[in-house]
Design a protein around this ligand. Structure first.
Ligand code: DUC
Ligand code: ZN
Ligand code: ZN
Length: 484
């Protein structure tokens, strides 16, 4: 059998097994996995290395305007390059609907932006304006194109849909096999805290953390799950940052809800003390939900190891520490006016490998599941996330012993800082392939602008998630049958 490329002699790690072997690639796909493979126009020596499915970054903001109009520093070229250097072969950024905009227009806008990507991509569609024509015509059209996940917000006045709006989206998504993602924070609790803090003149960056209480997240996570259960719809809770929130997710998953969730490295690596750095330095650490504390970090790691989360995602939301980003509204401004988010797409997997696998908190197989395999299943990327014949040859070859110190320059993004600056990590992706093409090789970019392809996705995989039929919708309960 002829191969374009053979990766040989590595330790192949997947979500369910780890074994030494070779991988033969032909026509952009994995053609064979075996103990020994001969041939290959190109042979890549993976001796002493770990070979894993290329990362799938399932939460990133790329070439996206925030609801208050700040454009991210990374576009699809710089964002995808940074992702590739971080061991990713594909990503699913958001395509955000502004109020009044049609979904068709949103998709056309992001198609034009994404044409620069060096890795494969899809979008999660952010819905801020669920008018009848959006629900009845535009979302089904997006779904037919392979965009099978929608994100909604329970916070921010310009984005928050209210519980009724959420029920509408959950219902439409369920009907089409799509999954609804939710940013869960109680809007009124946050607004009330903001008002109190402002009245006392407490506006430095460190008050951002206080303004968005843990209870605001816990309440909203619980509410989102009950809303989804009422209509038996799949739900994905993004960026879980609290122990209480994670506990609710675990309990509801155990009870069979069609529930998925992620956390992010910043909630594991940083705390609210970082918001109290001198001067306005704390602005670099403003993200929502906010950074918490050391006890929460331990609890979230525990939940990662226990299986509460499908993924650890970066929530890469890059706003520079200057007047184009964090300080678009002025330099000495109260925390609510500072752009909200931090970068991390290149640091996600090195951080998870080093602090997770190397430190013994998770297994190598869990690393693969959390970085790639589960995202592929949840978001319907059927040809990705696994090393098996027929799958896309999306592969990352890691040196598990390489030592690195995180610097902003090494992130290869368009940012002027990284919140992970100075962290000492062990383990580094050295070679990354997307559909068989080497895109990063020993610190050099080999990909060309625009070589990434749109991935049309399948419905969410709900095997093992029986869900709930609320009594009111259950024909066997002798009432409510008309509603089903
Ligand atoms: N939510 C995100 O997912 N990212 C950035 C800011 C926000 O509110
Ligand atoms: Zn969010
Ligand atoms: Zn985000």
């Amino acid at each position: 059998m002829q191969f374009d490329t053979v990766i040989h002699g590595g330790l192949i790690a997947t979500a369910d097994y780890t074994a030494k072997g070779d991988i033969g690639i032909r026509g952009g796909r994995i053609a064979a996995v075996a103990e020994k493979l001969e041939g290959g126009e190109r042979r890549i020596d993976a001796g002493g290395r770990i070979v894993v499915p290329g990362g799938i970054e399932a939460h990133a903001h790329i070439a996206q305007e925030s609801s208050s109009g700040v454009m991210t520093a990374d576009d699809y070229l710089s964002g995808s390059i940074s992702a590739a250097f971080g061991g990713n072969s594909s990503f699913i950024p958001f395509a955000a609907q502004q109020r009044g905009q049609s979904v068709d227009d949103v998709i056309a806008t992001y198609d034009a932006r994404a044409a620069r990507s060096v890795i494969d991509y899809s979008y999660h569609l952010i819905i801020s304006d669920p008018k009848p024509e959006v629900l009845e015509d535009q979302l089904p059209r997006a779904f037919a194109r392979g965009i099978t996940s929608f994100k909604v917000f329970m916070t921010y006045d310009l984005m928050n849909l209210g519980d009724g709006g959420m029920l509408d989206i959950l219902t439409v998504a369920r009907e089409h096999g799509a999954i609804t993602m939710v940013h869960a924070e109680n809007n009124d609790m946050v607004k009330w805290m903001n008002k109190r803090l402002a009245a006392k003149g407490l506006t430095a960056p460190k008050y951002h953390a206080i303004s968005r209480p843990e209870l605001a997240e816990e309440e909203a996570i619980n509410r989102a799950i009950q809303l989804a259960k009422l209509v038996d719809a799949p739900l994905f809770i993004v960026h879980v940052s609290t122990e209480g929130g994670a506990e609710i997710v675990r309990r509801e998953k155990f009870n069979g809800a069609k529930l998925f969730a992620e956390t992010c490295p910043q909630y594991l690596a940083l705390t609210r003390a970082d918001l109290d750095r001198p001067g306005m330095e704390g602005a670099k650490y403003i993200c929502s939900p906010p950074l918490r504390d050391g006890r929460t970090q331990d609890a979230l790691w525990h939940h990662i190891a226990q299986g509460t989360f499908e993924s650890v995602s970066s929530d890469h939301a890059p706003y520079r520490f200057d007047a184009t980003g964090k300080f678009l509204n002025g330099s000495d401004i109260p925390y609510p006016k500072i752009a909200n988010g931090m970068p991390g797409i290149a640091a996600r997997l090195p951080y998870l490998f080093s602090e997770g696998v190397v430190k013994g908190r998770i297994t190598l197989e869990q690393f693969v599941a959390l970085s790639s395999t589960n995202a592929a299943k949840t978001f319907g990327c059927d040809s990705k996330g696994r090393i098996a014949p027929g799958m896309d040859a999306d592969i990352a070859i890691w040196n598990p012993e390489a030592r690195l110190t995180v610097t902003a320059a090494d992130q290869h993004d368009n940012m002027d800082y990284t919140p992970f600056e100075g962290m000492e990590l062990t383990g580094k992706p050295e070679v990354v392939l997307n559909r068989g093409a080497v895109i990063v090789e020993h610190g050099e970019l080999r990909a060309k602008e625009g070589q990434g392809r749109f991935v049309a996705r399948q419905p969410v995989d709900l095997r093992g998630k029986p869900g709930w039929t609320a009594k009111e919708f259950d024909p066997a309960q002798n009432f409510g049958a008309e509603l089903r």
